[in-house]
Design a protein around this ligand. Structure first.
Ligand code: FAD
Length: 456
């Protein structure tokens, strides 16, 4: 069988290696239009900031490695231009030779990812405006940073925007962040985001909320961002980080079904509307695990998981369902860590789903043991004990609390089951009652009307 994969990074590379491990005889070709495969997208901001010093450390797997170890025919700088499903073939452009050729397939996997959303703002194509998706974007941004620039503007305060802002500040660049919403980080609710607002200001980072950019004007080697509020900021470097949209062009032109969110429509087995074409990663629409609604979850865990299980489906070994995503996410914002899983209040309100909220403020470990730091944990749940989501912010131990709750949701645990999670405890690591246990007690008390709570 001849299997072709479009996209050689998270979902594509995971699928390719699993396909080979499961079968030594199939022909596997992986097309990647960029220069590299299997690079660590998530590490890109940290090389700009020089926390990750060696650029090569971002290259998790190479073309040679894929060939030598897995016998996979990897064709970098080869862009698939068109899928012709009726003939089961592709048109591919070899960007090295500038030549177009055809390739046939028996089974085709799409993992083309997402592209940065660039709004049609006048002046947005200035030479000083960049987005960060791949190694080449990173090289360009780092090149500018290394030239000794002093001022940057980051448009968009999502995960990538904040990571870039932090890393630019690490390089002694003054940063202004512009965000259209009234808060940073859409996956968390306002009171959690508000702690980030205060924190980033301590690092001399300007934050403009509820404001957008009206126009960019180049002035010599700098660019002026004119905001909707009238404020003007002149910078050496502008990063557009207002979000991504699924790379659905190939699928759309091939007549595959596209979902309501713009992602490629797949079923639980990651099969598209064409029986020989599969799709994974940022490019697809998935069901949210809590409310079964169609969503885009452009994160690395789903892409890797989907890449692995789709390989087995393609090979017909066993069909494993991708049950849906929770959107579990985490961010380092200077000293703070912010993390979330499941649905937040904004989404529940938008969908008219009633809910209760419990919030506890504890320490990450026993307060009498040196170095304890505050941690806020918020749980959102239903009157019958279903867990809808959780958010946490603090200096240490945030990840483990959210990971426990995400596991609890996957295991269909109820809020009172959180009381029973037997955690590892010694004073340097925890308290004998973990914040997750405590929030389980609070939630049950609320459901049983044993305590009265108020929110403002
Ligand atoms: P990608 O990994 O983006 O791979 C798609 C590849 O397909 C691209 O290399 C593209 O060049 C190629 N391609 C597209 N079209 C074609 C074509 N026609 N022909 C040939 N090749 C094509 N996620 C997290 O969970 N945590 C993080 O901390 C995190 N940080 C991130 C930081 C940055 C800066 C970025 C950019 C992303 C980050 N992500 C993070 C998101 C995560 O990287 C993605 O969710 C994941 O890589 C998606 O995998 P994918 O296979 O769908 O797409």
């Amino acid at each position: 069988m001849k299997i072709i994969i479009i996209g050689g990074v998270a979902g594509g590379a995971s699928a390719a290696t699993r396909l080979r491990r499961q079968n030594e005889n199939n022909e596997i070709i992986m097309f990647e239009r960029g220069e590299y495969i299997s690079f660590a997208n998530c590490g890109l901001p940290y090389h700009i900031g020089e926390t990750i010093k060696e650029r090569d450390n971002l290259l998790v797997q190479t073309v040679k490695g894929m060939k030598d170890r897995f016998n996979i025919d990897v064709r970098t700088k080869n862009e698939v231009l068109k899928i012709i499903p009726s003939e089961k073939k592709l048109l591919v452009k070899d960007l090295n030779k500038n030549e177009i050729y055809e390739e046939s397939y028996d089974k085709l996997l799409l993992s083309p990812g997402a592209e940065a959303f660039i709004p049609p703002i006048p002046g947005v194509h200035s030479k000083n405006i960049f987005s960060l998706r791949n190694m080449s974007d990173m090289d360009k941004i780092k090149g500018k940073v290394d030239s000794g620039i002093k001022k940057a503007v980051v448009i968009g305060a999502g995960f990538i925007g904040l990571e870039i802002a932090e890393n630019l500040i690490e390089r002694d660049i003054k940063v202004s962040i512009i965000e259209k919403a009234n808060q940073v980080l859409a996956p968390v609710d306002f009171e959690i985001a508000a702690q980030v607002h205060e924190h980033i200001k301590e690092y001399n980072c300007e934050l403009y909320l509820e404001d957008g950019v009206k126009e960019f004007i180049d002035i010599g080697d700098k660019t002026k961002a004119i905001l909707e509020s009238g404020k003007e900021i002149i910078a050496d470097l502008i990063i557009m980080a207002i979000g991504v949209k699924p790379e659905n062009k190939l699928a759309l032109e091939a007549g595959l079904d596209i979902g309501v969110t713009g992602g490629i429509k797949v079923n639980h087995f990651l099969e598209t509307s064409n029986p020989d074409i599969y799709a994974v990663g940022d490019a697809i629409e998935v069901k949210h695990l809590i409310n079964n609604k169609e969503v885009l979850i452009p994160l690395a865990w789903p892409a890797n998981r989907q890449g692995r299980i789709v390989a087995d489906t393609i090979l017909g070994i066993r069909k494993k369902e991708y049950k849906g995503s929770l959107g579990t996410s985490i961010l380092k914002a200077f000293e703070l860590t912010v993390s979330a899983t499941g649905l937040n209040e904004k989404i529940l309100n938008r969908n008219n789903i009633p809910y209760l909220v419990a919030t506890v403020n504890r320490n990450d470990h026993a307060s009498y043991y040196p170095g304890a730091t505050p941690l806020t944990l918020k749980l959102i749940f239903s009157e019958n004990g279903d867990i809808y989501g959780a958010q946490a912010i603090g200096y240490k131990g945030v990840d483990k609390r959210i990971d426990i709750i995400s596991t609890a949701i996957k295991g269909n645990l109820k809020v009172w089951d959180l009381q029973e999670i037997e955690v590892a405890y010694a004073p340097p690591y925890n308290s004998a009652k973990d914040p997750v246990n405590i929030i389980g007690y609070v939630a049950e008390n609320m459901i049983n009307r044993e305590v009265e709570t108020f929110r403002y």
